[in-house]
Write a protein that binds this ligand. Structure first.
Ligand SMILES: Nc1nc2c(ncn2[C@@H]2O[C@H](COP(=O)(O)OP(=O)(O)OP(=O)(O)O)[C@@H](O)[C@H]2O)c(=O)[nH]1
Length: 605
């Protein structure tokens, strides 16, 4: 049995693995767990740190994970590595900055076939700003198209990181992983901190456990924590007795104590998921530390959608589920929303569309809720004629046009890195999405960095998919909030059988209203199944109808296929139809499937 209880800080290395999406962080983490025999080979499932089902299915990392690994180094000493896996998608940058606050070092993974991409640049600068020691690792060297020497030059030229120390690895074959572990021992500083000072621990993450209450992942900056300690959350103020401490390897492993410099979990026993906030500091009630740990940048939601339970009885369950998810996802915010068409629900704020999809999927799977999500919206600043400014996150909240003086919308500074041959295509795409090129830098012969000012509302729809398809997957995107600017925006309403359906409205730029209305009417015609009567679909701005389509009537008789006789088959068909119905919402007399409310994402403009 490995002894993990006594570690002086000189033998601890806390590091994150950061990279652009798909460059291989999770695969490298797996190899590290394997090489250090943290997980026996027979138990090895690929992407062990991606614990959520959704993460494994999609092959992406969404939540950060902290795992303790013991490494017997070439110098004959054993080191305690605390490895924090982080997500790569731009929606989850806040998770990266959270993880970095707990580390002294970062392994910056760069794909040897792709080179430096947009998020490589932003992750590298996050790590540099956090003053971390950076270990560059060039991954996928087993691939014939790998060009590690060129990638080294890119790392030096584009990131200003010395690449002499770069380690060439293959997460697939395991080649170079041992060298990477040695580099971590030598290049990453051990944690500083005072074991004799009162406890000061940063909460990195937390989750709710039915039996043990909230379990918090912490990094100890000073002092230590053990079972029975009486602790307080410095900002939140909640107090509790520690019910146990330990580490993940990646299964939980109980310990007597967590010492200075270490990363592990603390069982709080608190039954209210809202009591524990990521970013807060834990200290002793009777001997508190002077000041809390420096918190980190709060994540601000960018995109808002309505989430409505298909069955109205699930409203309270949806609220409970959101509260539970909020414990380890503090970026999630919501407020009640009422829709004439969909009943009671919530307007929920997300970091981006991927975040929205992931949260919706988690709510449906982990909490067994059937939900309808409405079209994503951004936070508009609406200036009324009486001088008041309203923050409008839902088209329904837009005041009557006669009372609006002007509307401002959020703009982003977007950065796209692309091979030079696609700059024309990228520029075209940006223009179509109301973007303006502000700068273009030739990084190397192979890549150009383009800067744009672009409305957030344009980016949240299909921009990213379009960028990928028009550049054959080569371009990468990164963005940050810039400012609010005035735009000519209008509310586009959709009418089914002559009745306006509030949940289908959205706010759109005046110049795009006609084409979007047409596209949306056509898309809805495909999505809404034929009913017993004809359903006209209309797009309107105010009282003016600007587009229309019609779902033709059809008599639907599923049982006609059963040729009498077989009762079990008949029952199965009825069950199946019922199942289909569960995913439908009756709007007036029209049965509307849930994807209709997100049809806007599927309209090509
Ligand atoms: N050939 C080869 N493929 C690799 C290597 N490392 C990773 N891959 C593949 O690259 C893809 C992405 O790897 P992941 O480890 O999921 O990438 P990631 O950076 O963790 O991605 P996110 O968690 O979504 O940010 C997977 O299909 C891996 O199998 C490697 O060294 N060689």
């Amino acid at each position: 049995m490995v002894n993990m209880n006594t570690f002086d800080t000189s033998h601890i290395r806390n590091f994150s693995i950061v990279a652009h999406i798909d460059h291989g962080k999770s695969t490298i983490s797996d190899r590290i767990l394997e090489l250090t025999r943290t997980v026996e080979e027979r138990d090895m499932e690929s992407q062990l740190l991606d614990t959520m089902d959704i993460e494994r299915e999609r092959g992406i990392t969404i939540k950060s994970n902290a795992v303790r690994v013991m490494y017997d180094a070439d110098d004959g000493e054993t080191y305690q590595f605390n490895l924090i896996d982080t997500p790569g998608h731009v929606d989850f940058t806040y998770e990266v900055s959270r993880s970095l606050a707990a580390c002294e070092g970062a392994v910056l993974v760069v794909d040897a076939t792709q080179g430096v991409e947009a998020q490589t640049v932003s992750n590298a600068s996050l790590a540099m700003n956090a003053d971390l020691d950076i270990v560059p690792a060039i991954n996928k060297i087993d691939l014939p198209s790998a060009h590690p020497e060129e990638v080294k030059v890119e790392i030096e030229d584009e990131l200003a990181i010395p690449a002499d120390d770069a380690v060439c690895v293959s997460g697939k074959t395991g080649e170079g992983i041992h060298d990477l572990l040695e580099a971590i021992v030598f290049l990453v500083s051990p944690p500083k901190g005072d074991a004799d000072k009162p406890l000061k621990a940063l909460i990195l993450d937390s989750y709710f456990d039915e039996y043990r209450g909230v379990v918090a992942t912490v990094r100890i900056f000073d002092g230590q924590v053990k079972k029975g300690d009486h602790l307080r959350m410095m900002q939140g103020g909640e107090e509790f007795l520690v019910d146990g401490v330990g580490v993940r390897r990646p299964a939980e492993f109980a310990l007597d104590a967590l010492g200075v410099g270490e990363v592990g979990f603390v069982v709080t026993g608190l039954k209210d998921p809202e009591a524990v906030h990521v970013g807060d500091t834990l200290t002793l009630v009777n001997n508190p530390c002077d000041a809390p740990c420096e918190g980190y940048r709060e994540a601000k939601p960018m995109v808002y959608t309505g989430l409505f339970p298909i069955d109205n009885k699930d409203y309270e369950n949806l609220r409970d589920a959101l509260e539970k998810l909020h414990v380890n996802d503090p970026s999630l915010i919501w407020e009640p929303e009422t829709s004439a068409a969909l009943g009671f629900g919530f307007r929920v704020g997300f970091l981006g569309l991927l975040h929205m999809e992931v949260v919706k999927e988690r709510l449906e799977r982990e909490f067994d809720l059937a939900l309808i999500a409405t079209s994503p919206s951004v936070d508009y600043h609406v200036y009324k004629t009486d001088g008041e400014m309203l923050e409008v996150r839902s088209p329904q909240d837009l005041p009557d046009v006669t009372r609006i003086d002007h509307i401002e919308e959020p703009y982003l500074k977007a950065k796209i890195i692309t091979p030079p041959e696609y700059t024309g295509a990228v520029m075209q795409l940006a223009i179509e999405h109301r973007g303006v090129t502000t700068d273009m830098i030739h990084l190397s012969q192979k890549s150009v960095e383009m800067h744009f000012d672009i409305p957030l509302a344009e980016l949240i729809l299909d921009f990213f998919d379009q960028l990928k398809s028009r550049t054959k997957g080569y371009a990468s995107l990164d963005y940050e909030f810039s400012d609010y600017r005035m735009s000519e925006l209008v509310k586009l309403d959709i009418l089914l059988s002559g009745d306006e359906v509030d949940a289908l409205s959205f706010i759109v730029h005046k110049d795009k209203a006609y084409s979007l209305a047409r596209g949306l009417c056509d898309k809805l015609k495909e999505i809404i199944p034929r009913q017993l009567f004809e359903v006209p679909i209309q797009g309107a701005i105010g009282n003016k109808i600007i587009a229309r389509s019609t779902v033709k009537a059809r008599r639907k008789d599923v049982l006609a296929k059963c040729y009498g006789g077989d009762i079990s088959r008949k029952r199965k068909l009825l069950e199946k139809q019922k199942e289909g119905k569960k995913r439908m919402k009756a709007i007036g007399s029209v049965e509307v499937p849930q994807e209709a409310f997100l049809a806007i994402l599927k309209v090509e403009d």
